[in-house]
Design a protein around this ligand. Structure first.
Ligand SMILES: *[C@@H]1O[C@H](CO)[C@@H](O)[C@H](O)[C@H]1NC(C)=O
Ligand SMILES: *[C@@H]1O[C@H](CO)[C@@H](O)[C@H](O)[C@H]1NC(C)=O
Ligand SMILES: *[C@@H]1O[C@H](CO)[C@@H](O)[C@H](O)[C@H]1NC(C)=O
Ligand SMILES: *[C@@H]1O[C@H](CO)[C@@H](O)[C@H](O)[C@H]1NC(C)=O
Ligand SMILES: *[C@@H]1O[C@H](CO)[C@@H](O)[C@H](O)[C@H]1NC(C)=O
Length: 507
């Protein structure tokens, strides 16, 4: 008895309130092996009551709101919330712990309204990389984080499928980031819209390839079932067929058509029935808060919640479901590596992925340039300058499109502008007048950089079949070495110590 007492008193302090979720084949499981279905609710207010200087309200940073709302989420049998944007520098301890105690997991989008991969001009750059990894840094310590979305409805139709490699590169790189940081292996996926032309290819594209670069799960924002519909007439039957052999979990990352209100949520019993549970891992109802778009389950007034008709209906439906719960240990689906979809008119996606954003490389590159964008230059003036400079030199290193990704394309606009200005300047034999652009550029003093800097640039620019030989390194460092100043900087690099760099100035 004493031993039991001891365990009883002390174990809860050591063991977290919820087990982590893992993936096997196309299903989610609790760590103890019991299958997990997503019974989710989207939980993020729109931008209606922002504090000064904020672009969005962080739903995981408001302890009072979490405390107020969690009992309502529990009443709906919610076991997961989706949050669309958090402030990574704020503390999320209070909300995350309360959610954990309520058995509620979190799926968090990594982007924010002003830092995301954009449909019309996709980019996977150091700025977005920093944003994504900062969200991971902030949330990785909580066991009730089920996963992250590396993009939401970035590809919208067949005209912009070229954005796909940028999202997949983001998935690859944040997965690698977690490995490098020694974090828990938190799943990363993508949340797609429901576009008839692209949805199937898109799911297969994100699910294909090896573990290091494929998505761990796939979400689809689904609004096909409106009012009283059926498995057949809604389109769910067709969708289920389409995704039936997907090798990773697929679920509704949003659902709940509201063209007929109040919503009856009759799709719930079908989504969690035998007709769908072998293929779908559940879904996330859009959304908790009633706002202008009329998708709410509850409205907030003076800090108080009142539940709506939709809330009651969803609650009744959730109480009526009883999906078959499988076990990790007996599940028949095995891990498979799927091949990538072939291109067609509606899916024109490069098999190559953009490079990993590397801030260190960009900074080091910048320091090796003899002609740089002037400090006074404003970002809004960059566009015209890029057009001018890129009319005179080849800008492929800093540009990217749907099939070609420049080596330095992930650097900041200022770094990229400096790079091409310098390229032009060097092409003009470093004529002083070639580094001006009406005062937009100025000549920079270049100091020798550590050998690692040149090596980094070299290995980024070397084509795969080129060997990283000392010769190549010498060539490159020669082309980048200081030329403008009258002083020659000789860098003696201590090989033995490896990190000590000694620069002696020769007159
Ligand atoms: C596994 O954990 C879940 C969540 O805590 C629980 O509901 C389930 O009953 C557990 N399964 C087993 C076999 O203990
Ligand atoms: C494709 O999506 C873009 C952006 O969402 C939109 O502007 C455009 O009209 C769409 N094109 C077609 C053919 O649907
Ligand atoms: C995964 O696939 C990529 C691209 O095909 C390849 O470069 C990488 O080496 C592979 N990784 C593993 C662990 O197989
Ligand atoms: C993409 O960029 C590369 C290199 O700059 C260029 O050769 C290619 O034609 C471009 N492709 C498209 C589809 O614009
Ligand atoms: C290095 O420079 C030499 C002479 O200019 C040239 O022949 C050689 O191809 C260069 N090597 C590389 C890797 O660029």
């Amino acid at each position: 008895m004493k031993v039991n007492n001891f365990l009883y008193l002390h174990l809860p302090l050591l063991v977290s309130a919820v087990p982590t979720i893992r993936i096997h084949g196309n299903k989610f499981f609790y760590d103890n092996g019991t299958q997990f279905y997503i019974k989710g609710v989207a939980y993020q207010k729109d931008t209606s009551d922002l504090s000064l200087g904020e672009m969005y309200v962080d739903p995981l940073a408001n302890e009072a709101a979490c405390k107020r709302d969690i009992p309502y989420l529990q009443e709906l049998h919610t076991n997961l919330i989706r949050v669309y944007a958090i402030h990574s520098s704020k503390s999320h301890d209070a909300c995350m712990n309360m959610l954990s105690n309520a058995g509620i997991y979190v799926l968090a989008d990594l982007s924010s309204p002003d830092e995301s991969i954009i449909t019309s001009d996709p980019s996977w750059n150091t700025d977005i990389y920093r944003r994504y990894t900062s969200v991971i840094d902030s949330l990785q310590k909580y066991d009730n984080v089920l996963g992250f979305f590396a993009g939401n409805e970035v590809i919208t139709n067949y005209t912009n499928t070229g954005a796909a490699p940028y999202i997949k590169a983001a998935i690859r790189d944040v997965k690698k980031y977690m490995v490098d940081k020694g974090y828990r292996n938190i799943p990363v996926g993508y949340s797609a819209n429901d576009d008839a032309d692209t949805r199937e290819k898109s799911a297969r594209y994100f699910a294909c390839g090896n573990e290091t670069e494929r998505a761990d799960f796939y979400g689809i924002n689904m609004y096909e079932w409106c009012g009283y519909s059926s498995f057949k007439t809604s389109g769910y039957e067709e969708r289920t067929k389409e995704f039936s052999d997907l090798n990773i979990p697929v679920f509704f990352s949003e659902y709940g058509c509201n063209s007929i209100r109040p919503r009856k949520f009759t799709e719930v019993e079908v989504l969690f029935s035998e007709q769908m549970t072998d293929v779908w891992a559940g879904g996330i109802v859009y959304m908790y808060f009633e706002e202008e778009n009329k998708y709410g389950l509850a409205s907030v007034k003076d800090g108080k919640i009142s539940t709506l008709e939709d809330f009651k209906n969803l609650k009744t439906r959730m109480e009526g479901i009883n999906p078959t719960v499988g076990s990790y240990f007996t599940t028949s689906k095995t891990e498979t590596t799927a091949s990538c979809p072939t291109a067609n008119k509606y899916w024109q996606v490069s098999p190559v992925l953009p490079p990993t954003p590397n801030d260190e490389l960009c900074q080091c590159l910048e320091k090796t340039l003899s002609c740089v964008a002037s400090h006074k230059l404003k970002e809004k003036e960059f566009g015209k300058l890029f057009a001018t400079v890129c009319g005179m030199v080849d800008c492929s290193e800093i540009t990217s499109n749907s099939s070609s990704f420049g080596t330095f394309s992930f650097c900041s606009p200022r770094q990229k502008l400096s790079f091409v200005m310098d390229k032009y300047y060097k092409s003009q034999e470093e004529e002083e007048t070639a580094c001006n652009f009406n005062g937009a550029a100025s000549i920079a003093r270049v100091y020798g950089q550590p050998k690692t800097c040149y090596q980094m640039i070299y290995s980024a620019t070397a084509t795969p079949d080129e060997e990283e030989s000392d010769k190549g390194y010498t060539n490159l460092s020669a082309s980048l070495s200081p030329v403008y100043t009258n002083t020659i900087y000789l860098c003696v690099i201590s090989v033995t110590i490896g990190i000590l760099t000694l620069c002696a100035t020769l007159a």
